[in-house]
Write a protein of this length. Structure first.
Length: 348
């Protein structure tokens, strides 16, 4: 059951909210209440009437199962809006789940965005929020929000490195004195790994599977690091490319590691590039403090060991890495005056 389904009857019209608008999930934090929405960023739309049929978990269950007149849409790509209209409608729906709102009660919103988001992309996010009912909108870079949510001391002069592996992007940043000193970002994340699993199964087994199956097998036996003999394996059901008939195959963790090596190498190189560009004064701090890993990708098997092995630096995964960003923007909302310096006003 989603978080939002547990909030019937709540009324906090005009309540300030913080939004983690992610490629995979959208999470909303309401001031004084905590996380009130935690739903997939997926919308099901009638292809003929263009009406919205389902949003969130209900829409995600429809992926790969819809009739010809229904399409499932992920309106966020690489952490930013790729379809303004659908993003706005999805946001409006999720915000409505937080309770009744009045026309004149426009909440202040804090929204997280990827660190390399362009001005045009930021404007699209802000416009979607305003159309969905926002008053004043503030933006904060996702890695900075994740660092706050992870409890890092971002205002100190000590250098901290945080690596946020999301569904659409991987961001490696060095933080000091309340700001991002340098960042290295690549639009590769969990979704790209899923696609490589799909391609690998087609190439080596001649079997076609959907996104949901690829994600499930990644979570179950996926590993980014070769730590010895691999015994994990699972049965996958898909469609045989030659016969067109259903087919069952057995895939091992070693198979998956072969398929995903290319995007994993790009993620590792992003971290190494950020380390190479770090000023010497801060490099020593990172060696001493280690690298903090967050985002959904932090849960994938072997990623912690792989980064540690390739960089020689200790890596620690935060508690509940999926929620780091929304917890961070929630702290910004609760302590707005002292945290305002880490946010950017949209100008509205």
């Amino acid at each position: 059951m989603s978080t939002s389904e547990k909030l019937p009857g709540r009324r906090f019209a005009g309540q300030d909210i913080a939004i983690d608008l992610g490629t995979s999930f959208t999470r909303i934090y309401a001031k004084g209440l905590g996380v009130v929405v935690n739903e997939p960023s997926v919308v099901a739309i009638n292809a003929v009437s263009h009406s919205m049929i389902a949003v969130g978990f209900e829409a995600k269950e429809m992926i790969g199962r819809t009739p010809g007149n229904v399409v499932t849409v992920k309106p966020l790509k690489d952490g930013v809006s790729s379809d303004f209209d659908v993003t706005e409608r999805m946001l409006h729906h999720f915000i409505s789940l937080t309770g009744e709102r009045h026309f004149f009660a426009k909440p202040r919103m804090v929204i997280s965005v990827p660190v390399d988001t362009t001005i045009v992309e930021k404007r699209a996010v802000v416009d979607a929020a305003v159309q969905a009912g926002a008053g004043k909108v503030f933006l904060i870079e996702e890695p900075l929000a994740a660092a706050i949510g992870a409890g890092l001391s971002i205002h100190e002069s000590t250098g901290q490195m945080i690596v946020d592996i999301g569904a659409g992007t991987t961001e490696a940043v060095v933080i000091s004195l309340g700001g991002i000193v340098l960042s290295k970002s690549i639009r590769v994340g969990g979704d790209e790994i899923d696609h490589e699993i799909i391609n690998g199964l087609k190439r080596y087994f001649g079997v076609s599977v959907g996104e949901r199956t690829a994600e499930a097998v990644k979570i179950r036996i996926g590993s980014m690091f070769d730590s010895g003999p691999v015994h994990d394996k699972c049965e996958i059901k898909g469609l045989d490319q030659s016969s067109g008939l259903p087919e069952s195959i057995v895939v091992t963790g070693e198979d998956l590691r072969l398929y995903i090596e290319e995007p994993v190498c790009r993620i590792i190189n992003t971290v190494k590039d950020a380390l190479e560009r770090t000023p010497p004064e801060l490099s020593g701090d990172i060696v001493e403090n280690g690298i903090t890993l967050t985002g959904g990708g932090a849960l994938m098997g072997g990623i912690k060991d792989r980064i540690c092995n390739e960089t020689g630096i200790t890596v620690k995964v935060v508690d509940n890495p999926l929620m780091s960003v929304v917890k961070g923007i929630g702290k910004c909302l609760e302590d707005f005056k002292s945290m305002k310096m880490v946010m950017t006003s949209s100008g509205y």
